[in-house]
Design a protein around this ligand. Structure first.
Ligand code: TRP
Ligand code: SF4
Length: 333
């Protein structure tokens, strides 16, 4: 029996250190992590090396961004006594496993990863014709397989990366004595939450609402949100199904309010100004406890670093054990 089969199933997931998290990051991943920590043996890590595969030229704020993001993790209620949080670059074992996997990964597998060509096109202004960027999914496979994860909670775009990790595990186990179980993707259920302008919520689009935005900022951003573009005057009837404000209501407001907005928007009984105020109120209620925890953590950033250090030590034990097996399997010792 592999060592982690006798315990709770193990989950591993990572996030690039982008700094303060927005509501899209929350509903797309973090909220799910908070739930998973009670059911699984969870490892959550800061994917700082992954960040470098595209942001290699902008490393100035890296440590601040790690601190801000992990502060948000804790504020959102990731609990260091329930899950293991660590920083990828503190564990050189990930680099070693990446190197060894790179020996057995055909180039064709990497060139076929759909995000590869897409990102080359999309992230203009950066030269991504690098060795590190092509090999990025091999690094991700090392992250996942190092912990012999049973499942990897990811968004749809990341599924091919987990698939590649499975193929690398299979190939490794075929060439050498078996070390790695094949991990499953666990698709994160994500409700639709657009940015304030109706496009996907993103830091770079300047349309994001952050977990740490104070109530006045939230209210101001909500007041400026796009609505049903066909509803120009107060007396026009609206269609909540095409309105980003309604997407927010569905997530943050109680069912009776969602039902009321759904009805009164269509009959023009409620106006957009009132509808937005209502939503901002519920959104601020949702954010209040998160921000309470955040303010406490901001007083003692060292606590956040200590939590990461302790998590890194726990992760290191697993990484050491796996690398001992891997080196033995490759006849390196
Ligand atoms: N590639 C992921 C992203 O950009 C982050 C990541 C790195 C990851 N390693 C991982 C996610 C391992 C899940 C498992 O979002
Ligand atoms: Fe959107 Fe609300 Fe205006 Fe309807 S009333 S268009 S749901 S903001």
């Amino acid at each position: 029996m592999p060592e982690n089969r006798s315990r709770r199933p193990r989950i591993l997931s990572g996030m690039r250190p982008t700094g303060r998290l927005h509501l899209g990051n929350y509903v797309g991943a973090l909220q799910n992590w908070v739930k998973l920590q009670t059911q699984y043996d969870c490892f959550f890590f800061v994917a700082d090396w992954h960040m470098l595969t595209t942001e290699y030229a902008a490393v100035g704020d890296l440590q601040t961004n790690i601190l801000e993001m992990v502060t948000d993790w804790l504020a959102a209620d990731l609990d260091p006594s329930a899950c293991t949080m660590f920083v990828q670059s503190r564990l050189p074992e990930h680099a070693e496993l990446h190197l060894l996997f790179s020996m057995i990964t055909p180039l064709g597998w990497l060139e076929r990863v759909p995000t590869y060509k897409e990102q080359l096109e999309n992230l203009k202004g950066r030269d991504l014709h690098t060795y590190g960027f092509l090999g990025y999914p091999v690094l991700q496979a090392a992250d996942i397989l190092m912990y012999k994860a049973d499942a990897v909670p990811v968004g749809e775009d990341q599924v091919p990366h987990v698939e590649l990790a499975r193929e690398i595990a299979r190939r490794f186990n075929h060439l050498y004595p078996r070390v790695f179980p094949e991990p499953e993707s666990q698709l994160t259920p994500t409700p639709r939450l657009p940015g304030t302008d109706g496009r996907k919520m993103s830091k770079s689009y300047n349309n994001a609402i952050y977990l740490s935005d104070p109530p006045e900022t939230v209210s101001k951003k909500v007041a400026g949100m796009m609505t049903d573009p066909a509803r120009k005057r107060r007396t026009d009837k609206g269609n909540p199904d095409v309105c980003p404000v309604f997407d927010f209501h569905k997530i943050f407001s109680p069912p009776e309010i969602v039902e009321r907005v759904n009805r009164e928007c269509r009959t023009a009984e409620i106006g957009c100004v009132e509808c937005k105020k209502l939503m901002a109120g519920y959104l601020n209620c949702f954010l209040a406890p998160i921000q309470g925890r955040r303010h406490a953590l901001e007083q003692e950033p060292q606590r956040v670093w200590d939590i990461l250090e302790q998590g890194t030590q726990k992760a290191r034990e697993v990484a050491h054990a796996t690398m001992a097996e891997v080196r033995a399997a490759l006849n390196l010792i």
